[in-house]
Design a protein around this ligand. Structure first.
Ligand code: ATP
Ligand code: MG
Length: 398
């Protein structure tokens, strides 16, 4: 098959919502191409080009196709990927290429039935789409004797896409995550615990184009160094999608000790959460983050009832995003498994929230009461000291 055209493997990458962006479309496409290039930089000789609403990736034959696909799939904004074969845009060349393509599939996968699905992006191409399908279908039947057409449930869809400079043949559309390219939608500071939820929350915001920075709270020496290492590893998995980011690490123990001293036991969790929010808000303001992101989900625990969330929110001015708010735990777990954070999240390490855990945390806290307990502490100074004690870590993709 047209081997002159084809010393490289070719992948067609389709954009999702980016395609709807109207005037801003070139900007979004550029960001997407840049991101794909960045992730494929580890392989030499790969080219990424944008042409007429599609992105084409050309990679040297020695690089396994799966490796290329695995990288492109991590890019937010990618709707689907198709490994394709390129040929001249004329019926004879397309027919020959289709026969060779299908013979290979017969050898590799033992397919028996097919259906051709054609698209003519170049409207000046003399053959209309249904006729392309019919004629190429006939060529394939002639050239691949074992194959039959099945229009209802074929083993393989043979897609033909005729464009003005070339025609492409492919059979798979491998789904990407969709979303929007990273870096097209501000920056958020995620409150990152070692649990299942917050990495998923960060990932979901990043999927909408938001850059991520993280803050992690610990209670060393009540929480271990290993517990923090686990969070760093978890962050590394996130960075695979979100690119390299900063993680601010803060010891909450001095604040927790003040809470224990000054507040009734049942208030401890909600008090701690308000301090976490305030500390995060200060870090966000100092680091160009537009909003906070948490992994809270309505009603999941005492601190996530509607009353608790209202009292938590009242401690800060900055907008707080809770992308998991209406998801069930089982849905969250499914996403965590899909993006590869789940196995790390379930490693059993202590979290600062579990230190000094009240036996009966409030589920309907009243703001006035919480504020009254708080008034015996120098909130501003405690938060300032917490922020000043921060350790900063660069997180690199795992
Ligand atoms: P997760 O699975 O994300 O730990 P969770 O269900 O355990 O969440 P909580 O422990 O109540 O819920 O925490 C709610 C949210 O508060 C977390 O999703 C996270 O955003 C933030 N958070 C909790 N603990 C920490 C921590 N140690 N450091 C940073 N953020 C935290
Ligand atoms: Mg937790």
């Amino acid at each position: 098959m047209n081997s002159s055209n084809n010393e490289k493997n070719i992948f067609i990458v389709r954009v999702g919502e980016v395609a709807l962006k109207g005037q801003n479309k070139p900007y979004f496409e550029r960001m997407l191409v840049e991101r794909i290039r960045k992730l494929l930089k580890k392989f030499s000789g790969v080219e990424v080009v944008r042409r007429e609403g599609l992105i084409f990736v050309h990679s040297p034959k020695e690089i396994p196709k799966e490796d290329i696909i695995k990288e492109i799939k991590k890019v937010f904004g990618v709707d689907s990927i198709s490994p394709a074969v390129k040929t001249e845009p004329d019926m004879k060349s397309i027919g020959d290429a289709a026969v060779e393509y299908m013979n290979e599939l017969i050898r590799e996968k033992g397919i028996k039935t097919f259906k051709v699905d054609s698209k003519r992006a170049d409207k000046s191409f003399p053959v209309k789409s249904p006729d392309i399908s019919r004629q190429i279908g006939a060529s394939v039947l002639k050239g691949c004797k074992v194959l039959k057409v099945d229009v209802h449930d074929p083993d393989v869809y043979l897609y033909i896409n005729v464009r003005h400079d070339a025609a492409y043949i492919y059979q798979q559309k491998i789904a990407g995550f969709g979303g929007l390219p990273l870096g097209t939608n501000g920056k958020g500071l995620v409150l990152l615990s070692g649990g299942i939820d917050s990495p998923v929350a960060a990932w979901m915001m990043a999927k909408r184009g938001m850059q991520i920075e993280a803050v992690h709270f610990h209670s060393y020496p009540y929480t271990s160094e290993r517990a923090q290492a686990k969070v760093e590893e978890l962050a590394g998995i996130l960075a695979v999608y979100c690119s390299r980011f900063k993680m601010h690490v803060i010891n909450m123990l001095p604040i927790q000790e003040q809470i224990v001293k000054n507040c009734p036991e049942e208030e401890m969790t909600i008090q701690l959460r308000r301090f976490m929010m305030r500390t995060a808000e200060k870090i966000a303001r100092g680091n160009d983050c537009d909003m906070l992101i948490t992994g809270e989900s309505l009603g999941q625990v005492a601190s996530q009832t509607s009353h608790s969330l209202v009292v938590t929110d009242a401690s800060v001015q900055i907008p707080v995003m809770r992308p998991l708010i209406a998801l069930d735990k089982s849905d969250i777990i499914e996403i965590a498994k899909d993006i590869g954070t789940y196995e790390k999240s379930i490693e059993p390490y202590e979290d600062c929230c579990t230190v000094f855990l009240p036996k009966h945390p409030l589920t309907r806290p009243r703001l006035e009461r919480i504020e009254r307990s708080e008034s015996s502490m120098d909130v501003e100074a405690l938060v300032q000291a917490a922020v000043e004690s921060e350790e900063m870590i660069d997180i690199y993709p795992a």
